[in-house]
Design a protein around this ligand. Structure first.
Ligand SMILES: O=C(O)c1ccccc1NCC(=O)[C@H](O)[C@H](O)COP(=O)(O)O
Length: 264
């Protein structure tokens, strides 16, 4: 069993349990459920830097990254830095995140928020909406085409945007459909943890222009972003590079300033 298989097996158990504890009606009646969502896709289209900054305490590939920070401070810092959106990992067992992290981020910053999760069930989309998300992630490596269709269409019915993540051409070919807003290429192979931005470059020309292209993972330099922009990428998801510092907001601010300076 690879790590993705383990995560998904645990996720099934977690969702079964949660459905018994928190009924759908409770999610639908929550204060945030009817809030007007923000568009990450639109911000990325209009942005020069295109940074989506992540809150990530730990990960299967890196173990502990930073467990000493307050998510509300991180969200405020990212907003002040001028990022386009914030990604919040909500998986507890493997990433040390929670839905409460999403709530605190929502309360602290007026940014499009991505619920970074292993989504396999519509219930998780209702949770995302109830905890202030604007965008959800669907990972092609763990979903069949029919599931991607069903989940993305349900997300759209909730006014949530959809970022579909692929890592190879096969995943891309099976997933492409109109109910997606953004197409993310994960530079990290989630089964082996190998990281290379070459995969973003290889897949770039196959992605139709109506989808906002996002390159995810393993990005730590302004040069990499400048290079990926030549391949049509408008969004860049960065986690560890900011989160490994004492002040992720400041790290993001300095990164964006350097990017803007080098683009003049
Ligand atoms: O990061 C991992 O180790 C990981 C392992 C298994 C499944 C998903 C994983 N990461 C999720 C992500 O996609 C990243 O957190 C995100 O793209 C940011 O990556 P980075 O900038 O390299 O922290």
């Amino acid at each position: 069993m690879n790590i993705l298989d383990k995560i998904i097996a645990d996720k099934h158990k977690e969702i079964d349990l949660k459905k018994r504890v928190v009924p759908v009606s409770q999610l639908e009646n929550s204060a945030l459920f009817d809030r007007e969502t923000l568009s990450l896709a639109q911000r990325l289209r209009n942005s020069e830097s295109g940074i989506i900054a992540e809150h990530k305490r730990r990960s299967p590939s890196k173990s502990v990254i930073n467990q000493n920070l307050n998510v509300a401070d991180v969200a405020r810092g990212y907003e002040a830095a001028g990022v386009c959106g914030m990604s919040v990992l909500t998986d507890g067992k493997y990433f040390g995140g929670s839905l409460e992290d999403l709530l605190y981020a929502r309360a602290s910053a007026n940014l499009p928020l991505l619920r970074k999760e292993f989504i396999i069930d519509e219930y998780q989309l209702l949770e995302a909406k109830a905890h202030g998300a604007d965008v959800i992630l669907l990972i092609a490596a763990v979903l069949e085409r029919e599931q991607i269709k069903q989940l993305s269409e349900f997300a759209k019915s909730l006014n949530l945007e959809v970022l579909l993540e692929v890592h190879n051409e096969e995943e891309f070919q099976k997933s492409i459909m109109p109910s997606l807003d953004m197409l993310g290429v994960n530079n990290r192979n989630l089964k082996t943890f190998e990281v290379s931005t070459d995969i973003s470059k290889e897949l770039s020309e196959k992605i139709p222009s109506e989808f906002v292209k996002v390159s995810e993972s393993g990005i730590s330099s302004v040069e990499t972003i400048k290079d990926l922009k030549n391949y049509g990428y408008k969004g860049f998801l960065i986690g560890e590079n900011f989160m490994k510092t004492d002040n992720p907001g400041k790290a993001a601010e300095e990164f964006i300033k350097e990017l803007e300076k080098s683009s003049i």
